[in-house]
Design a protein around this ligand. Structure first.
Ligand code: 3PG
Length: 410
């Protein structure tokens, strides 16, 4: 069982509760508008709603993008979205730990929610530190004395040992929020004692991540099969010795993925048939979909999707599974000509009776587009944190919660 405390362990009525959430959302680079409120909604409808209903004075800390990136914005808009979702007033202050922020915190009444400015407006936030080091910074030194409890609900940022993710746990009693709790419970279910057979479906273009996850889950007997698709599937097939054709091979080289081939070969040598690669592909020929068996490779046309024989093969394996983890699409699903592979495999997952877990921006977008959201057992709000969790890594944000102090130290 988890070693961290939860909201069940504290009486929050009239208490100032600092809540770190992950509101980091997709932003339209032109208008700077938030285009997906999935994460804001998740925190709003669970932890933040509960704290408000229990009469806490809630102070929300979050980040959006990184300075210099197109998705870096203030959190004013996030506060407005939160207000719409919760249907109650949400305050916002364009200050993080200065006099304005402190005055707004002291002004809070029971049940009220205040959103502070983007934590990344303060440059030190993104430095990775130990909780003790972080606790000595201005952010923690200024905010912690005003608070009674720290709640970390930002599972999606838990792979970052950033100041606001770890520092408060060294000086304030701390608890996991409901999203943090839900993510950790669901992900542990997929990773610790998955019901067998357990199938991992690894697609998308982040073949380095897929390789690390495959090594971990096959090496530790967590997965019985890894099914590969997308760019990952192409690279795994190339590692088995297939020549995909000049254009496709140089695409993989340009993405600096061919260096992974020796590691993939070693994985395939060790786990053989458990590592499953595509048996056909969909190519782009004059803008149209044309399928080709891998026996007919190499090709001068671009590989855009897995083929229908691969979908059938993967669907048969998925039908036998008792637990499934899926991350990454099977092809260029944004283009209607080439979404059949992703749609077919994701439908097979949705139709299976297995416990199914999905995560990652593209995966979630595709699941939503095909109307499969309700048929997936658990959809994670996380991207990078989920990947690191599936690689078996300890997440600094979670470790800090587990080692949190029990009494106020500031
Ligand atoms: C994410 O979206 O994965 C988290 O919010 C972390 O964001 P970062 O990659 O900018 O640290």
């Amino acid at each position: 069982m988890a070693k961290y405390k939860t909201l069940d362990d504290f009486d929050v009525k009239n208490k100032v509760v600092l809540v770190r959430v992950d509101f980091n959302s997709e932003i339209d680079p032109e208008t700077k508008n938030v285009t997906s409120d999935v994460r804001i909604k998740a925190h709003a409808e669970s932890t933040l709603k509960e704290l408000a209903e229990k009469g806490a004075k809630t102070v929300v800390l979050a980040h959006q993008g990184r300075k210099g990136d197109p998705d870096y914005t203030s959190l004013k808009q996030h506060a407005e979205i939160l207000q719409k979702i919760l249907k109650c007033p949400v305050k916002y202050v364009d200050d993080l730990f200065g006099e304005k922020a402190k005055a707004a915190i002291k002004d809070l009444k029971s049940g009220e929610i205040l959103v502070l400015e983007n934590v990344r407006s303060w440059d030190k936030e993104t430095k990775s530190m130990t909780p003790e080091e972080a606790s000595k910074t201005e952010l923690i030194q200024n905010l912690a004395p005003l608070a009674d409890l720290f709640v970390n609900d930002a599972f999606a940022a838990a792979h970052r040992g950033h100041v606001s993710m770890v520092g408060f746990t060294a000086v304030l009693p701390s608890a996991a929020g409901r999203i943090m709790e839900r993510e950790l419970k669901s992900l542990s279910k997929a990773l610790e004692k998955p019901e067998k057979p357990s199938v991992y479906v690894m697609g998308g273009a982040k073949a380095d991540d897929s390789l690390e996850i495959s090594k971990y889950v096959l090496g530790n007997g967590i997965a019985d099969y890894v099914l590969t698709g997308g760019v990952t599937g192409q690279l795994f097939l190339a590692a088995k010795g297939s020549d995909l054709g000049k254009g496709n091979m140089s695409f993989l080289a340009k993405k600096e993925l061919t260096g992974l081939i020796p590691g993939i070969k070693a994985l395939i040598d060790q786990f053989g048939e458990k590592v499953v690669v595509p048996i056909d592909f969909a190519l782009e020929v004059n803008g149209k979909r044309t399928e080709i068996s891998i026996n007919k490779l190499p090709t001068e046309n671009s590989i855009m999707d897995i083929g229908s024989k691969t979908v059938e093969k993967y669907s048969r394996i998925i039908a036998t599974a008792k637990s499934i983890v899926v991350s990454g699409p099977m092809g260029v699903y944004e283009n209607k000509e080439f979404n059949q592979g992703t749609k077919g495999v994701f439908e097979a997952i949705a139709n299976s009776k297995a416990f199914s877990l999905a995560g990652g921006g593209n995966t979630i977008a595709a699941i939503q587009e095909y109307g499969l959201t309700k048929k997936i057992s658990y959809i994670s709000t996380a991207g990078g944190a989920l990947i690191e969790f599936l690689m078996g890594k300890k997440l600094p944000g979670v470790v800090a919660l587990e080692n949190a102090v029990t009494t106020k130290k500031i």
